[in-house]
Design a protein around this ligand. Sequence first.
Ligand SMILES: Nc1ncnc2c1ncn2[C@@H]1O[C@H](COP(=O)(O)OP(=O)(O)OP(=O)(O)O)[C@@H](O)[C@H]1O
Ligand SMILES: [Mg+2]
Length: 406
Amino acid sequence: MPLQQRIKVLIADDMVELRSNVRRMLSSAENILVVAECEDGEDALKKVVEFAPHIILMDINMPKIDGLKATEMLAKDHPEIQVVIMSVQSEQEYFRRAMKAGAKDFLTKPFSSSDLIETITNVFNKWVKDRPDFQLTEHNAQVLTFFSTKGGVGKTTLAANLAVGLAQKGKKTLLIDVSLQFGDVAITLNLKPSRSIFNVVDKEEQVTAANIEKNLTQHPSGLDLLLAPLEPAYAEAIKPAHIKSILELMIPAYQYIIIDTAPKIAEIELALLDHTDILFLLATLEISSLKNTKMCLKTFNDIKFDTSKIKLVLNKDIPNVGIGPADIEAGLAIPMFAVVPMDSGTAQKALNTGEPFVVKFPESSLAQSIEEIMKKILPAEEMAKKPLPKKSAFFKIKDLLTGSVS
Ligand SMILES: Nc1ncnc2c1ncn2[C@@H]1O[C@H](COP(=O)(O)OP(=O)(O)OP(=O)(O)O)[C@@H](O)[C@H]1O
Ligand SMILES: [Mg+2]
C-alpha cells in the first residue's frame, strides 16, 4: 500500500518495552504506519503537531501529563486525532473516564496483535465514514537529489541553500547528507553534529521513524537535517536498505527531502535514485566535468533511470572560457534547467561564516539563482517570502581556530 494511504499511528507510553511490542505487532499491518513514539503526555502533545497522526495509542499512567489529561487536551485542540487508551486496568470506571476524556476506544493490556490492529482500523474507519470528503492528507515529500560524479562542482552548496530556502518559505524540509564519508553539510551550515545517520542504523534491527527523529539536527531556518556520520569509518555501517527505509519513513512526514551526495555511483546512490523525483545533475564549465556528466547520462540510460527526472544545472558559470551554457546543452543533448553564476566572494564568505547565502546575501546572484530554482519547483502562490527566525551571528572560522568546532 502506498505510504501516503496508511493510517498514521503515534504510540505514547512511558514503558519502552510496551512501545516496541506495539510497534512489532503493527509491523504486520499493511494499512498502518507508526510515525512516532513518546514517553509522556507532554511529548505526545508536541509530536502531534509534527507528525499529524490519525490515531494515538495512549497509556493512562504517564509522567508530566497523564494519558487522560492529554486525551482531554487533544479532544479540544486536535479533534481530528482519534485516541485509543491502553491500560492495565480493565474496570468499567477506567473505561468510563477514558471515554469522558474523549477517547474513542479502550484496549486492556495485554492485548493481542489482531485486537490492536482491529481496534485501530475500526476507530479510523468510523471517523472517516462520517467525513465522506476526507482524504488521507499526509505529506508526500518530493525527493530532490543533488548529483555529480565529479567532486567540487557545488552539490553541497546548492543542496544546503535550496533546503534552507524552502524551509524559509515555510516548507517542511529535510536535508539528508548522504556524502557518508566526508559529508560537508554540517560545516556548511555551521551545525555541531552530535547525532547522525549512523546513530539511526547503529544497533537497530530496523530503522524506525522514532529513531530517525531522535537523531535529526535543527537549523534556525526550520530545516531538519540528518547529518553524515561523524567519522569516515562509520560510513560503512549505512547500507542501501537503510537509505531506502529512511526515505520511505520520512516521505510522509515532509514536503521536500533534499539529498546531498558523494561524487560517485555505487549501491547507496542507486538506492537513492529509486526514490528520487528530481535529480539535479550538476556540471561546471570544465571539460572534465562535462566528460563526467556525459558518462553519468549514459549510465542513467543504461540502468533505465527515468531521464525525465534529470534536471541539468550548470554551476559556476563564467563568461569567456571557451564554452558556454548553449554548448553544454548541445553537447549533452539535454535541456538546461538552471544556470548558477560563478561568485566566489559570496560562496566563500557564506561558507566560512556558516550562514547560507540565501540568508546572508539574499540579494546576491547566487541567492537569486536558488530563488529561480524554487520558482520552478514550487507552485507560484507559495513563492511569497517568509521572514527567517532571529539567529545569533556566529563566526565559524574563529571557532575552528579556537578548536570548539569539531
Ligand atoms: N556558484 C559558485 N560560485 C563560486 N563558488 C562556488 C559556487 N558553488 C560552489 N562554490 C564553491 O565551490 C567549492 C565546492 O563546492 P561544494 O563543496 O558545494 O561542492 P561539492 O560538489 O559538494 O563537492 P564534493 O563532491 O567534494 O562534495 C566550495 O568552496 C564552494 O563554496
Ligand atoms: Mg559535497
